[in-house]
Ligand binder design. Structure first.
Ligand code: NAD
Length: 385
């Protein structure tokens, strides 16, 4: 056995820990870029704390999922303001934007030079500017991953900027920041975390360290996602979901993902659809067809036993079969109002493109076996509904 495990330099978890962000940033410089979601005024307190520590703070707002052009704009602002430290406080979109800006701040040239799949995929030459990630959703785990997912609208696809240099210097996970997440975003992001935990657990690149995070994380989602959806102010449920999302990031960054994220990348590039909702809509079918293909072509694969273990963790039933896990997933998708993919306007003629793009997506590389084009089509058609 051989493996590597890498993560953010430092992780702080707990209610109220957002107060540690400004002092931490100050140790790395006196000019800060604060990357936020569409309402920067929500973070006036943090802005005040940063300026109160004697640093200059320039704010950059991210409206939706980040694109290559948006990163170029953020970079221009960070350079004009001579920023030395980048803080991103928001969902995965904001964290990925901040991560990409911090990475490019210390490297010359355009974003596309470094982007996988649609760009030149060159490695970053220099360590990123010190970057602090503060998630306000409980889903992506981007606070501990080494990639930033960026949309390239001209190519209608999402692709990653990826480098060990992109691992945040500090991740501050404060579950209180998720207390006012609306139910729909709680559901979508929570199911993104669950998809990441399941895909990392059955990945061909899983290792004992990532396994530990997956077997801790899946039961947290099973226990607390419904509660966080129905009772958003339940601090214990929110804490569980923030922890599950953190674990999902720790796992995926080191074990990789599979067919569900393989589809989510091109789907998110072609349609305006929330990333987590897309993952959730595909998850039961990806699991079902992977299982069938493993039984037929790789009956010795350890992923078969792992799918059964996932089912046991989700259903809390020691005698559960893998199929019971799939049924549990279908049930929670319907209870948490996850729409089939047809809700986003996908047409028949989009199917071949999505299959071709999914087959070459970097997220597909951990799938427990290589799926045939027919199997990929079956997953997609069933997720379309
Ligand atoms: P998001 O960041 O797009 O946010 C979804 C919505 O929630 C937005 O409208 C946002 O304003 C709102 N929001 C965020 N925090 C809130 C809060 N506390 N209260 C109320 N509203 C809040 O969604 P996300 O699922 O967190 O991130 C999705 C992005 O992350 C996608 O682009 C996806 O590709 C990427 N991603 C990255 C990684 C990685 O490792 N880098 C992993 C998974 C996904």
């Amino acid at each position: 056995m051989s493996f590597e495990f890498a993560t953010a330099t430092r992780i702080i978890f707990g209610a109220g820990t957002v107060q540690q962000v400004a002092p931490a940033a100050r140790q790395w410089g006196s000019r800060v870029l604060l990357v936020t979601g569409h309402s920067p005024e929500r973070w006036n307190n943090l802005h005040g704390e940063i300026e109160g520590s004697g640093a200059h703070c320039s704010t950059f707002a991210v409206e939706g999922e980040p694109t290559v052009d948006l990163i170029a704009q953020g970079l221009q602002q960070a350079r004009a303001d001579k920023c030395e430290v980048v803080i991103a406080i928001g969902g995965g979109s904001v964290i990925d934007a901040g991560k990409a800006i911090a990475g490019l701040l210390t490297n010359s040239g355009e974003v596309l030079n470094y982007l996988e799949v649609v760009g030149k995929g060159q490695p970053l030459q220099n360590p990123a500017a010190p970057f602090i990630a503060v998630p306000t959703t409980a889903g992506t785990g981007s606070e501990v991953t080494r990639n930033a997912v960026l949309g390239a609208p001209a190519r209608k696809v999402k692709a990653s900027l990826r480098s060990p240099f992109l691992l945040p210097r500090l991740a501050v996970v404060d579950p209180e920041l998720t207390l006012n997440l609306p139910p729909s975003i709680t559901a979508q992001t929570g199911l993104d975390a669950l998809t990441q935990l399941v895909e990392a657990y059955v990945s061909i690149r899983s290792n004992p360290v990532t396994d530990g995070f997956c077997v801790q994380g899946v039961p947290l989602v099973a226990l607390s996602l419904r509660q966080a959806f129905h009772h958003g102010d339940d601090a214990a449920a929110r804490s569980d979901m923030s922890l599950a999302a953190l674990f999902s990031g720790l796992a995926l960054a080191n074990a990789g993902l599979g067919v569900i994220h393989g589809f989510a990348a091109p789907f998110g590039g072609m349609f305006d659809a929330p990333h987590g909702a897309v993952c959730a809509a595909i998850l039961p079918y990806g699991m079902e067809i992977n299982l069938r293909a493993l039984r037929a072509r790789a009956p010795e694969s350890t992923a078969l036993g792992r799918y059964q273990e996932v089912a046991r963790m989700l259903t809390c039933r020691p005698d559960a079969a893998a199929e019971d896990g799939i049924a549990w997933l279908r049930g929670i998708c319907s209870q948490l109002e996850i729409h089939p993919l047809r809700a986003y306007g996908i047409a028949d003629h989009d199917v071949p493109t999505l299959i071709a793009e999914a087959a070459k997506a970097s997220s597909m590389k951990g799938n427990p076996l290589v799926l045939t084009p027919e199997e990929l089509e079956e997953i997609l058609r069933r997720a379309i509904g």
